[in-house]
Each structure stands twice: as C-alpha cells, then as structure tokens.
Design a protein around this ligand. Structure first.
Ligand SMILES: *[C@@H]1O[C@H](CO)[C@@H](O)[C@H](O)[C@H]1NC(C)=O
Ligand SMILES: *[C@@H]1O[C@H](CO)[C@@H](O)[C@H](O)[C@H]1NC(C)=O
Ligand SMILES: *[C@@H]1O[C@H](CO)[C@@H](O)[C@H](O)[C@H]1NC(C)=O
Length: 435
C-alpha cells in the first residue's frame, strides 16, 4: 500500500456523505468515504409491493400471500431506467421474486417494488409460466436479462423444490421471455444451491454467448451455451469452501457458514486470444481463482480441465465475499462482507492485497453487501443484513432501516487508490494472467 493510500485511509471516516440532492434520503451521521460521496439511493425498513389496488394488497395480507417481514432483497441489476431487485422465496408471503423500480419516476425513499415482467409471471410454483425464486441476475450488452429461477420455496432443511432449475432470458426492450431452458437433471445434485450467474459475450456478438452459474452448496459450475441451447456441469476442488474460513462475525453476530462454496463470478474483458477469463471465489474462503472461458465454452475441454484452473493469492483476513463484477476496463469490484465494504482490484496488476483497496465502507449502512454492479460509470451496492435475517433468533428489527441500495461514481470511488490506473484503458494484451 503506498503512502498516499495509507493517508487517505487514515483520514477517512467511514461514513456516508450528506445526500447532495434533496431527492435522496438523507443519512444519519452523514459524512464521506475518501473522496467518494456514497449516496443512499433507496432504503427500506420492510419491503412493499405495488399491488394493483389497496384491496388486493389487503387480500394478499389476509391470505398470507404477502407477509412483509418475510421478504429480504438479495440481488440488483440496472438496465436503462430500470433498477431490478430480486427477493427469494425463503419464507412464505413474498408476492414476487423478480421486480424493478422505475428510476425515471422514483428518485429515492422506499419505493414499492413492481413485479417484472408481470404479476402473473411471478407466481410461485407455476412451473413453465412463473418465476419461483431468483437470486442474482445479469443484464447483458445485447439488452437481455439473464434470470436463473432456482424453483425453490424455503431455505435450508425446509427447502421445497417446487419447479426445476430454469434459465429464463428476457428481451428487455419488449419485456418478453425469449428463451426458457430447464437445466438437465445431471446439471444439479441433491445439495445444489445456485445463487449467481455470469454472462460471457464472445467476439461473435450477441449470439456468441455463454452463461456460467455457480453451485454454492453442490460445488459445481454449470455452463449454458445460447447457440447450442445446451448446458453441462463441471466440478473442481477449487469450488469447495476453505474449511478454515467458515467463521463469520457480521453486524454483531457470530455464526458459521462452513459449507458455502463457489459464489462470486466475474468475467474479464476479451483478451488477445479472443477469450475472457472467468474469475470466481467460494464464499467461505479468502481466495480467488481463475479459468479461461476457452476451457469452459468447450464441453469436452472442460470435462478434463483440472490444470487449466489457476489459484490466485488470498485477499487476506476478513476477505469473505459474495458477489463480484468486472467492468470493460478490467476493474474488479467485490463485496467484503466481514468489513461492511466493497473492495476493488486493478486487474492489470497481479491479484494481491497490495493491488486491492476498499472503495466503499460503512459500518451501519453496509452491513452485508449482497450484490454489486457497475452501470454507466456508477457503482451500485445492495446491502441487506442477511445474517440477522437468517441466523439470529430475533431476526431483523423492522423499526430500523434494513435494506439499502447505495451508489457512488466509479472514478470517485477508486480515486487515489491502487485501482485508479489512469488512463483506465484495457489494452487487450500484457495481461498478467494471460502470460
Ligand atoms: C430444520 O432445522 C431446524 C433447526 O436446525 C429445526 O428446528 C427444524 O425442525 C428442522 N425442520 C425440518 C423440517 O427438519
Ligand atoms: C432449448 O432446449 C429446450 C429443451 O431443453 C427446448 O424446450 C427449447 O425449445 C429450446 N429452445 C430453442 C430456442 O431451441
Ligand atoms: C430497533 O431499531 C430501532 C431504531 O433504530 C431502535 O431504536 C431499537 O432500539 C431497536 N430495537 C432493538 C430490539 O434492538
């Protein structure tokens, strides 16, 4: 860490900046993190939906179809004026799993979620016509939204597989489903829990696309080829959790997640050989791994690929991470759940703590960052206090703010850190992992 970064970190109070626009909810104890004003765009004590009428909402409450305290948002994605928010059906009473907030109409506060693409396509257990449970999603550069419906209701030993794992791809310009693909029985096992997806568009354009899905509890990676309309599963020892990294202290809570394997996925820009690199990490681990998509895209190559996977150095202590993302310049962002933070790695330099920095942190507003995205120069972070919801006796305190969506401009967030590698231009060569 250079002197300048150290000074910046020392001088920095890890607090939020006062909302610069009155449209955004002001934050208690507002201040700034580094040079980056971290804005609380949206914040909720409890989630609410945009029901067709007050009557239908009251009916949903009466029947138990809407139980506000059972809904926890986990994933976000941004496409034009839509901010997508996913809510798994871990408990009863989640009215819709895939939702959005219209950014052109709602500037801040605690907006009601709107089911996407419709209420009828969010009916739990309506296999073939409705989404049951969706975790993290991805909007690609060809205006498609990639949504894996894991088909489950419940969590842990109470999970019911209501529908099969189904990949749904929506055309965002028409809000229509353009591909539905049911994973093969061989793609999953009895422990399968897939919480994340990455999308790899190749040199060949919008049809040259593959999706990678991480099986966190069944320890596999499922590859889907858009062109072949076919999927396959890979297994590797690097998908497993580190047995020494299963202890967590988050938001004042100590608990163990020792079975949490491969979770975060991100794809690099296309390198000179025409392929991207998939970076990934297990949740219960401090380590990152990498593999070329040249291997993953080929069903035969990937079946015998042990030595094609690379082990990268550890992020260091308190390095548990859920989601990660890499932009077109090779800037990787990853959540740091133990630190109530999001970190960055400048991938033009080797993967090492000295080439990483914390770009956003807040000990109240950022308890459990569960997703991170980059869109048009802005970092978007979802935080949701998931451990309190899942692991504490009391659950969430619904008189307190529990869920937040925060933003900060990429340039401000990385300014003065090792990730600020101006000019941030990806050269397509001289990549250290490619040599
Ligand atoms: C699931 O596990 C919890 C605690 O470990 C237990 O209280 C509950 O009875 C179990 N439920 C089922 C359906 O086995
Ligand atoms: C893709 O494969 C599934 C069967 O797994 C089939 O139902 C679907 O029609 C196929 N889609 C296309 C576009 O070929
Ligand atoms: C719940 O949150 C509110 C608001 O922050 C706080 O005043 C209250 O003490 C909390 N209750 C518990 C039981 O922690």
């Amino acid at each position: 860490m250079n002197v300048m970064v150290k000074c910046l970190l020392l001088l920095t109070a890890y607090l939020l900046v006062a909302a610069s626009s009155a449209a955004y909810a002001p934050v208690k104890g507002a201040a700034r993190f580094g040079r980056a004003p971290l804005l609380e765009r949206f914040a909720w004590r409890i989630l609410d939906w945009n029901f067709p009428s007050e009557l239908s909402k009251q009916q949903a409450i009466a029947t138990g179809d809407y139980q506000p305290e059972n809904a926890l948002p986990v994933g976000i994605e941004i496409w034009r004026d839509k901010l997508f928010v996913t809510v798994p059906r871990w408990k009863d009473g989640v009215p819709a799993t895939l939702n959005y907030i219209p950014l052109d109409q709602v500037r801040g506060g605690s907006p009601k979620l709107i089911p996407y693409p419709s209420w009828s396509q969010n009916v739990a257990g309506a296999c073939g016509s409705g989404l049951t449970t969706v975790y993290r999603i991805h909007a690609d550069t060809c205006n498609r939204l990639w949504v894996l419906d894991v088909g489950t209701v419940g969590i842990g030993n109470e999970t019911v597989q209501a529908c099969p794992y189904t990949l749904n791809v929506f055309d965002l310009t028409t809000d229509t489903l353009i591909r539905r693909y049911v994973l093969r029985p061989e793609d999953v096992n009895s422990n399968t829990f897939i919480a994340n997806i990455a999308v790899d568009i190749g040199k060949g354009g919008c049809d040259d696309v593959y999706a990678y899905m991480s099986d966190e509890l069944g320890y596999g990676l499922i590859v889907y080829s858009w062109q072949l309309n076919r999927s396959w599963r890979l297994e590797h020892g690097y998908f497993f959790p580190d047995p020494l990294a299963g202890d967590y202290n988050i938001g004042g809570l100590n608990y163990q997640w020792h079975t949490e394997g491969i979770f975060g996925l991100s794809v690099s820009p296309v390198a000179l050989d025409g392929y991207r690199t998939l970076f990934f990490h297990p949740l219960s681990s401090n380590r990152e791994f990498a593999v070329s998509t040249r291997i993953l895209r080929d069903e035969k190559l990937s079946a015998n690929s042990y030595h094609d996977f690379q082990v990268l150095p550890e992020r260091g202590p308190l390095g548990h991470s859920t989601a990660e993302i890499m932009d077109e310049n090779g800037l990787q962002l990853f959540t740091l759940v133990d630190q109530n933070a999001v970190g960055c790695w400048n991938s033009l330099l080797p993967y090492a703590p000295s080439n990483q920095a914390v770009v956003a942190r807040h000990d109240e507003a950022m308890i459990f960052p569960s997703d991170v995205k980059i869109n048009r120069g802005l970092i978007w972070i979802m935080t949701d206090r998931m451990p309190q919801f899942l692991e504490s006796e009391e659950g969430l305190n619904y008189t307190d703010v529990n869920f937040r969506i925060l933003t900060v401009p990429v340039r401000d967030a990385i300014a003065g850190t090792v990730c600020d590698n101006t000019p941030w231009t990806f050269q397509g060569n001289q990549l250290w992992w490619d040599r």
